[in-house]
Design a protein. Structure first.
Length: 352
């Protein structure tokens, strides 16, 4: 007999798939030529003996990356991975709704702040995956750890504007009037983290002055990362403020007229945290999947999908390397602790 957990998850698979389809480029930012079978790691991961059963994996990964990781893990084990894929905001809401009857074993989000909230709620099991000692400094806690990341950028449609910004503040210039879109931090974990990092590094006065100028110049906030990029790719707007680099690189690889600009004053390389729920009823398999995702092989899957690997010894394959990017801040635990309520303040100021 199936457990209540499996019944609930199975009943929601179609809903999750339809929701993911609405995420636009978040779902489609993949390279068709890359597949799980095409990973050429010199350090292939070996699964422990005896793994079986099922695990439920909630993922804010782009769909192609999720598919590759799941396929590679299932090929090496007898474990079935049931996937619920959506944005960080919707995954967080789902976890909240399921508090009385938790469904997930393993959760991957696109926001450090969101992972911190889960930890504060006491829902996570301490675990350090194999290979986690190789991750970038400041990307780990006892309960969650950044497995890959994305640099937030100015993504420009060169067919929609002749101008090329070099920094965040440039988008307040007249030449970008009504031409800028930003992902909604209530839906996009990376957008929320960017605002949080700006406040932590620059202070509230300077950060809110920047956004005052941007909104006065006609910047709009709409949807998650995928829809924001789709709007610029289609030419309805010219620039994404805080676009995730991997989606833009993937779209550019497919022939879109996009340029990815890393702002001169610095940006965030947002670690995308992985965590295991304390309520998991197949913790051994969940831990093994985490181990795989932090193995050299699992990290190379992320690199092939244009993500910045969490491990220092696995290079990025698109854009600059992690150490080449000027970052607003690097200690994400400190950023979150010192900037509580920043997203709520942003929403009150500009979105109400």
């Amino acid at each position: 007999m199936l457990s209540n957990k499996r019944i609930t998850l199975s009943a929601s698979m179609l809903i999750g798939a339809l929701a993911l389809a609405s995420c636009g480029s978040v779902a489609s930012s993949s390279r068709d030529q890359n597949s799980a079978g095409g990973t050429e790691s010199t350090q292939a991961w070996e699964a422990p003996d005896g793994l079986s059963g099922e695990i439920s994996y909630y993922s804010a990964n782009p769909q192609g990356l999720t598919d590759d990781l799941v396929a590679a893990f299932e090929e090496k084990t007898d474990v079935k991975v049931n996937v619920y894929a959506d944005t960080t905001g919707k995954i967080t809401a789902r976890l909240k709704a399921e508090e009385a009857n938790p469904q997930a074993d393993l959760v991957y989000m696109a926001s450090w702040d969101a992972a911190t909230e889960q930890s504060s709620a006491g829902t996570l099991a301490p675990y350090s995956p194999e290979g986690s000692d190789q991750v970038h400094e400041g990307w780990s806690t006892d309960e969650f750890i950044g497995r890959d990341g994305s640099a937030l950028a100015l993504v420009v449609n060169t067919n929609a504007t002749d101008a090329m910004p070099s920094d965040w503040s440039d988008l307040a210039d007249q030449e970008y009037k009504d031409q800028v879109i930003m992902p909604d931090p209530r839906e996009s974990g990376t957008a929320a983290d960017l605002i949080t990092a700006m406040v932590a590094q620059q202070g509230e006065e300077e950060t809110w002055k920047l956004f005052d100028n941007l909104f006065e110049n006609g910047m709009v906030v709409q949807g998650a990362n995928g829809p924001a990029l789709d709007t610029v790719t289609a030419g309805s707007k010219a620039v994404v403020f805080g676009g995730v680099d991997y989606s833009a690189y993937s779209a550019k690889d497919e022939g879109e007229a996009l340029e990815v600009v890393i702002p001169e004053s610095g940006t965030t390389v947002t670690p995308r945290p992985l965590m295991i729920l304390e309520s998991s009823d197949n913790a051994e398999a969940a831990q093994a999947f985490a181990d795989f995702m932090f193995s050299a092989q699992g990290q190379e899957v992320s690199a092939q999908r244009n993500m910045i690997p969490g491990r220092e010894d696995v290079p990025a394959q698109a854009g600059p390397q992690f150490e080449e990017i000027d970052q607003l801040a690097t200690d994400w635990n400190e950023i979150v602790e010192s900037s509580e309520g920043v997203t709520d303040e942003f929403v009150q100021r500009y979105l109400n």
